[in-house]
Design a protein around this ligand. Structure first.
Ligand code: TXA
Ligand code: MG
Length: 332
């Protein structure tokens, strides 16, 4: 189906039916979740899953999250533990991904990159829910952006980055969380936070009743999660963090009522939910100015942890030097 262009589909009725047909035929459909848009394919179909890696230019060692309509469906693919049940009851449907021991060989091994574990999530977005219910199976879905680039929070972001490379996009408007799911690894002896995201660390710790182990800040040779790849979510421009004012010709992204001179403000009222929801779109707008970007300090609490994580990745030195070149650049 590649080469025929990417269809923009309405997120209900015929549009939804069409999306399900495409998925059943092994195609790729981007769909909204409450966090970011995902690029979906049948997680049991090797060729369909291979298509995700090809469309994104994603390295095959980086496993995909499996999306399911409800927690009851998870047991077919992963082994739930009492801790998993507790987190699922508290946060699903919602922006939490659990890494669990793989239960059976029903999924394409490409989804899990050959690991003995699988990342699973039950998304809350009504369009994702409707799609999963009608499809009736597991959807592998990474964020719907070229690998290493800024994640999409509206349908137009998806077509900017992947237009012509995927079959369809269900247009469900803006994502309201705006940063990806929090990833907790429950496959080891103790729960481990692999990626900060839409469920704050504090909320998970309150539910578990103890502090979470967190990943180290250094990038291991084989990352467990994209939060451990040092450069990720990268705009074209260089990014300077904790900037209390712009320098030179920098585009300044502010946060809170103090940043009156900012070109963009993630949340003039200093609200972290609003800032997370606006983060990726604002990075794209600032990047379109073609100048270096500076970002005001963001509190390291609640959703601020996920925002700061994404900003640090966006500011990290890029592999092969400052410029990643035009290949795979969604802004080009
Ligand atoms: O909010 C989200 O999580 C979005 C929406 C679409 O659901 N998805 C998303 O997928 O952010 P992605 O692929 O961009 O990031 C998920 C990451 C993978 O890159 C991988 O590193 C990690 O989750 N992951 C998946 N399976 C894993 C596993 N078995 N063990 C460790 N990490 C895993
Ligand atoms: Mg991603």
């Amino acid at each position: 189906m590649e080469g025929l262009g990417t269809q923009l589909l309405p997120p209900e009725g015929e549009g939804l039916h069409r999306a399900v047909q495409i998925l059943r035929a092994g195609g790729l459909v981007a769909f909204p979740t409450e966090t970011v848009y995902g690029l979906g394919a049948d997680a049991r179909d090797d060729e369909a899953v291979a298509g995700i890696f090809r469309a994104k230019g994603r390295p095959s060692y980086n496993p995909l999250i499996v999306h399911l309509a409800d927690a009851a469906g998870v047991a077919r693919y992963a082994r739930m533990s009492p801790v998993a049940e507790r987190l699922a009851a508290a946060f699903w449907p919602g922006p939490l991904t659990l890494v669990l021991p793989l239960a059976r060989a029903a999924l394409s091994p490409l989804v899990t990159a050959g690991l003995g574990t699988v990342g699973v999530r039950v998304p809350a977005h009504p369009v994702a829910q409707a799609l999963l219910a009608e499809f009736g199976g597991p959807l592998a879905a990474p964020s719907a952006n070229p690998s290493g680039r800024v994640s999409p929070t509206r349908a137009a972001h998806v077509t900017e980055g992947l237009g012509g490379r995927i079959d369809a996009v269900l247009d469900g408007g803006d994502c309201d969380v705006g940063v990806e799911s929090t990833i907790v690894d429950l496959s080891g002896p103790v729960p481990r936070l692999l990626r900060q995201g839409g469920i704050p660390q504090e909320a998970l710790e309150a539910c578990l009743g103890h502090p979470l182990e967190t990943g180290s800040d250094t990038a291991p040779a084989r990352p467990n999660a994209p939060g451990q790849l040092s450069s990720h979510y990268a705009p074209r421009a260089t990014l300077r963090l904790n900037a209390r004012a712009p320098e030179g010709d920098e585009v300044w992204i502010g946060f809170g009522p103090g940043c009156k001179d900012a070109a963009f403000n993630l949340s003039p009222r200093g609200d972290l939910h609003q800032a997370a929801a606006r983060l990726f779109h604002t990075l794209r707008l600032a990047d379109a100015e073609g100048r270096p970007i500076a970002v005001a300090p963001i509190p390291e609490t609640g959703l601020g942890r996920a925002i700061n994580d994404r900003l640090r990745r966006a500011a990290a030195p890029r592999p092969g030097g400052g410029d990643q070149g035009e290949a795979g650049n969604p802004f080009a």
